[in-house]
Design a protein around this ligand. Structure first.
Ligand code: GLY
Length: 352
């Protein structure tokens, strides 16, 4: 897979113009959802480099990351005379960059695309690393391909208008990057003051976080090995996310991941001796910033069932990524139902 160019911009007009010059195209399209059309498109739409661009807009929300929205993008590209030499800019959160990346990767067997993530979650995770796709048959990201954006342009100014829950949602992926990489970055993340956020400082943390993901993706773009480290916190996190939908109190993805991190850090402590002080500090940070998520022991069976549906499991065995220390990664760690239930017990006792 080609390497993508990740640009941390202070001047989005200049960096976008340069990115467009690097890749000659015949027609230019900008994909947004209804929210980013309202909240973000005005920042870029008057740029001279975009004067010929056609906007395509899909409904917002993960529920619309589906075949119907995808089909509407393919239709629009076709009706607006897109060709193999056309270029698509995806302006939005992870839903837009995932679906737009897949639409671009499949239209006429693949056209060039550029991601401009507008949420923290998309900046540090979804828009980077070449995972594209849609939800299908009730399963998240069931259909998709690995294909890198030509460029990812990260402009932290988009975050100024993002609400706190969505900022924290993205921050959970950054915490994960800290845990799987190095103590210095992890400590800097725990010390960030969310009561009076300094966006310049946040921008540095974002750049460091993206570099961590980029290095892992470069080593293993198709997730045969070390890229599984990026699933840390997600095996149980995804089960919490699904359960929260079933019980009609949906958690934002990053909140589910934050709660999953607690569980999988504790499991790391049990299996690989992850240091207790770092476990406690991370638990405290998550409790303080993400609040509580109550689970009941009657829900353990359902949670376990949801974990078994994770598409990353093979041959009926549940595998986790665990840590022996910050940055000491152990992939493909099998777990029994009993072990997973003891992790849920810890989660409940920790006051969640
Ligand atoms: N979101 C995890 C990954 O990109 O592999």
């Amino acid at each position: 897979m080609q390497k993508q160019k990740i640009i941390f911009t202070q001047d989005i007009e200049n960096d976008l113009t340069n990115a467009l010059h690097r890749r000659p195209y015949d027609k230019l399209f900008i994909l947004t959802d209804e929210s980013t059309l309202k909240a973000c498109a005005s920042r870029i739409k008057d740029f001279p480099c975009l004067q010929e661009a056609n906007f395509i807009t899909i409904p917002s929300g993960d529920l619309n990351k589906n075949i119907t929205s995808l089909q509407s993008v393919w239709n629009a590209l076709g009706e607006l005379m897109g060709t193999r030499k056309s270029l698509l800019i995806n302006l939005g959160g992870g839903m837009v960059t995932d679906l737009g990346g897949f639409a671009a990767s499949t239209f006429k067997r693949g056209i060039t695309f550029i991601n401009i993530p507008t949420t923290l979650l998309a900046m540090v995770d979804a828009s980077v690393g070449g995972k594209t796709g849609i939800n299908f048959n009730g399963l998240k990201n069931e259909i998709g391909v690995f294909n890198m954006a030509e460029s990812v342009i990260v402009d932290a100014d988009f975050l100024q208008t993002l609400d706190m829950p969505n900022l924290l949602s993205g921050y959970a992926e950054m915490l994960k990057h800290g845990l799987i990489s190095n103590t210095k970055h992890w400590a800097a993340l725990l010390n960030f003051d969310w009561h009076e956020p300094d966006f310049r400082k946040l921008q540095h943390l974002i750049a460091e976080s993206v570099r961590i993901k980029e290095a892992i993706v470069e080593e293993d773009p198709y997730e045969y090995g070390i890229r599984k480290a990026l699933n840390f916190g997600h095996t149980i996190g995804h089960a919490f996310e699904s359960l929260s939908m079933e019980t009609h109190h949906p958690l934002l993805h990053g909140y589910a991941v934050a709660f999953g991190l607690i569980c999988e850090l504790y499991f790391s402590f049990l299996k690989w001796g992850f240091p207790k002080d770092k476990l406690v500090q991370t638990v405290q940070f998550i409790k303080e910033h993400y609040g509580i998520y109550n689970i009941d022991c009657k829900q353990y069976d359902r949670l376990y069932e949801l974990i078994t549906h994770d598409k990353k499991n093979t041959d009926g065995i549940i595998y986790f990524t665990l840590l022996g220390e910050i940055g000491e990664i152990h992939i493909n760690q099998p777990a029994t139902q009993e072990e997973i239930c003891s992790v849920f017990d810890f989660f409940r006792d920790a006051g969640f």
